[in-house]
Design a protein. Structure first.
Length: 228
């Protein structure tokens, strides 16, 4: 009976998605809103990456809300899973040591992951990437480190201070956009520079770095809490 129900559900989903796929037709032209954003981001913000330009400038308040949600997630995980009593660093728990393969692989991959994260963050205004993606890559490197070194303990105070400082600077950058440009997180508060150059797109690279640091610290804390 259970197998028949599963087969029926799979068949219904197959029919549903087949209907969507059959009726799909590729757009021959962009919608007016998308076309206007493509034109505005390149001309007003000087950012070849349209998505990053929209997220870090036109949708500045939304981005601030997303960062705030991530902060609340990290705080909630810390509240639920945080250890009571003595600090973890003072009394480390005994953990099973990882294999030599994992330790050697981590020693090789961790520097590459760090460089790749920095590249993704710093080039977010030029190509695919940005602060959120780079922060997630930073957290993946931290997770790999914790797998290779189960006995190591993250300094949550340092991560918390760094995350808070990045958050404060992010908000101050948004206010600077209101004062010196046309709105919250308006990247034109700094010179746009030459289109496509590394130092260009106004304040977008700076905002991307702040986001990357903040997201990386928050996700690293969440990962460390879950292993406890």
């Amino acid at each position: 009976m259970r197998r028949a129900f599963i087969l029926l559900a799979v068949a219904l989903f197959a029919i549903l998605f087949a209907g969507i796929a059959i009726e799909y037709t590729e757009r021959q032209s962009l919608p007016p809103l998308a076309a206007s954003y493509i034109k505005l981001v390149s001309q007003e913000l000087g950012a070849p990456n349209i998505i990053t330009g929209i997220l870090l400038s036109y949708r500045g308040f939304d981005t601030l809300g997303e960062v705030a949600v991530l902060f609340m997630v990290a705080a909630g995980v810390g509240l639920v899973l945080g250890e009571r009593g003595p600090r973890r660093a003072a009394e480390p728990k005994a953990r099973t040591a990882s294999t030599e393969i994992v330790q050697t692989g981590t020693a090789i991959l961790l520097p590459l992951i760090s460089i790749f994260a920095a590249y993704i963050i710093m080039n977010g205004h030029l190509s695919a990437g940005g602060g959120f993606q780079g922060g997630a890559i930073i957290a993946s490197g931290v997770m790999l480190l914790l797998l290779a070194r189960p006995d190591i303990g993250l300094d949550h105070d340092f991560l918390g201070i760094t995350e808070s400082l990045a958050g404060v600077l992010f908000v101050l950058a948004g206010i600077a956009g209101l004062v010196f440009a046309g709105g919250f997180l308006d990247s034109r508060m700094l010179p746009l520079g030459q289109f496509g150059a590394f130092f260009s797109a106004g304040a977008i690279p700076v905002i991307s770095v702040l986001l990357g640091v903040k997201v990386g610290c928050e996700l690293s804390v969440v990962i460390d809490r879950f292993r406890g």
